[in-house]
Write a protein that binds this ligand. Structure first.
Ligand code: PLP
Length: 455
């Protein structure tokens, strides 16, 4: 593939370590190099067009050619290309963005800390949990409950809160301080004959037992994504979060909502918290905050936590935490413009209009011989791949069917994502019904390819 040593492909292989890539195999296959974007489409360097059915990494909400974001970045670059917010300095975009966020986040949240990525926002959330509990004189109340399959990023502590084996084995993670509870997928983890209501009862009971066993006085917070994306697009049963939160409240355990994927309309409401009845004490956002045009994330904390940490920092004489680029003015200006576009174009109404079409097309594929369950909400969805529908036998990773379906869809000019046993869609929020048909037609054909090659 990369016989010419001066080709971009050869230079890529010679110089780059790619995230989430089989590095050995990459030496043979080389990269797909994306060169430009237009709406929901991206084009590779040979000019081939792809419908980006994953919005990049679940992130590019406004598509790949939103000029207003380019202009917002340019204006800010010309005025003040960089500055920081340490030591009480500030910039107009970081102030305006914090205000704009606080207008739309769930009630009770009152202050914003900026960061640059989802992992950092979650790491920062954990540190706030620790600092807060020191502030209120509960220095033992520090451990954080994460969930099996949860994905919160890959920095040392976010990676520890992440509940995925691949992020742990060979990486010496998790480090201490994390407890683990169940993944709320009834399809994958329900016991034979167990109803969804019984399943939720069991999960709630398991959480209660875990907390009692480990001691509530040692547990500071619980972290969850409203819809877990990378763990399989796990849509929880309707009463799961209210029931879980009731247990947490009783034990004085904070709720951290990781809205890195769900935030800003993905689930059909502004936040996954709104869709699933979550009342967070801390919320993290990234990705669609800036339509992923520039790296920026935020940890939004309750007014109650903010008051305590402010007083504690006052006592210590410093709040010794913060990233050089926190609230970076260019990233903040782009994020602010992104939020303005969401409001002006009523992106939530658009999602509510087109999402039923995506969900209906996904559900129709539940009849496919390879598909055990079609699940999703808003503009995010997944097909669970199985070898046997009746016993819900999940396709073994070794069969390689998920990646094969992904490759066949890509040949057809559509980007979806596969895990070994599921395929995912999460298109830009601006997608039209006709583009949804294009995406789903290609996915359907790629599933047929997968079936033909599995047999
Ligand atoms: N949290 C969730 C729910 C995510 O999906 C991701 C990334 O996909 C992260 C956190 C980590 O974000 P980042 O890759 O920006 O560090």
């Amino acid at each position: 593939m990369a016989s010419n040593p001066n080709s971009l492909a050869a230079r890529d292989i010679a110089s780059l370590i790619h995230p989430y890539t089989n590095l050995e195999k990459h030496k043979e296959t080389g990269p797909t190099i994306m060169a430009r974007g237009d709406g929901v489409y991206v084009y590779d360097d040979s000019g081939k067009r792809y419908l980006e059915g994953m919005a990049g990494l679940w992130s590019t909400s406004l598509g790949f050619s939103e000029k207003r974001l380019v202009e917002a970045a340019t204006r800010q670059m010309e005025a003040l290309p960089t500055y920081h917010i340490f030591g009480g300095r500030s910039t107009e975009p970081s102030i305006e963005l914090a205000e704009a966020l606080l207008k739309i986040v769930p009630k009770g949240l009152g202050k914003v800390l900026f960061a640059n990525s989802g992992s950092e926002a979650n790491d920062q959330a954990a540190k706030i949990v620790w600092f807060y509990h020191n502030a209120i004189g509960k220095p033992l109340k520090k451990r954080i409950i994460g969930r099996v399959r949860g994905y919160h990023g890959i920095t040392v502590f976010a990676g520890s809160m992440t509940g995925q084996v691949a992020n742990h084995i060979e990486w010496d993670l998790p480090i201490g301080g994390v407890l683990r509870t169940d993944c709320p997928s009834h399809y994958l983890f329900g016991e034979p004959g167990e109803t969804e209501a019984q399943f939720v009862d069991r999960l709630v009971g398991n959480l209660e037992a875990l907390i009692e066993r480990e001691g509530p006085e040692t547990i500071g917070a619980f972290i969850a994504e409203p819809v877990n994306g990378a763990g399989g697009v796990i849509v929880p049963p309707k009463d799961y979060f209210p029931r879980i939160q009731e247990v947490l409240r009783r034990h004085d355990i904070l709720m951290i909502a990781d809205e890195v994927i769900c935030g800003f309309g993905r689930t059909g409401q502004m936040f996954g918290c709104d869709t699933f009845g979550i009342e967070p004490d801390i919320m993290t956002v990234a990705k669609a905050l800036s339509s992923a045009y520039l790296p920026i994330s935020a940890t939004v904390i309750s007014e109650a936590i903010a008051e305590k940490i402010t007083a504690h920092a006052g006592k210590i004489g410093n709040f010794a935490h913060g990233f050089t680029y926190a609230g970076h003015p260019v990233a903040a200006a782009v994020a602010l413009e992104t939020l303005r576009i969401y409001e002006e174009r009523d992106i939530i109404a658009h999602v509510q209009e087109v999402a039923p079409h995506l969900q209906a097309r996904l559900r129709a594929l539940a009849a496919h011989p390879l598909v055990g369950e079609a699940r999703g909400v808003g503009l995010i969805g997944a097909l669970q791949l199985v070898t046997d529908k009746a016993s819900r036998t999940v396709l073994p990773a070794a069969a390689g069917i998920g990646p094969l379906i992904q490759a066949r869809a890509m040949e057809r000019g559509v980007i979806i994502r596969a895990s070994p046993d599921a395929v995912f869609v999460c298109p830009p929020l601006i997608i039209t019904k006709a583009e949804i048909d294009e995406l789903m037609d290609a996915l359907s054909a790629a599933l047929d390819d997968g079936l033909a090659e599995a047999e």
